[in-house]
Design a protein. Structure first.
Length: 99
């Protein structure tokens, strides 16, 4: 089975993980008391993205087509859930700081 999406998930998850860590660091510098919920949500998203990176990496490295497909599916779901979390974080940041 050709592994088409795992390399893309791995690359994008790693980049978005850096984005989440940047948000967490920026919020701690800006105002740690006002951004506690955003900080927690972004931390959860970072964990989901780390899981997505790990599952997509193992999916690329495995030799079993069935295991590859299962791991890639898990990475896909974790990645999509993390994207929803990023969207919620951005909406909350926009409402908090610009609303």
């Amino acid at each position: 089975m050709a592994n088409n999406t795992s390399p893309h998930i791995l690359n994008t998850s790693a980049n978005l993980l850096g984005f989440c860590l940047f948000i967490i660091t920026s919020l701690h510098i800006a105002s740690p008391l006002e951004t506690h919920f955003i900080d927690e949500l972004t931390s959860i998203v970072a964990i989901l993205l780390t899981g997505s990176c790990m599952f997509s990496f193992v999916s690329i490295r495995t030799k079993s087509p069935d295991r590859e497909r299962k791991l890639e599916t898990i990475a896909d779901y974790l990645f999509f859930t993390a994207l929803i979390g990023i969207l919620v974080s951005i909406i909350i940041i926009a409402i908090t700081f610009f609303g």
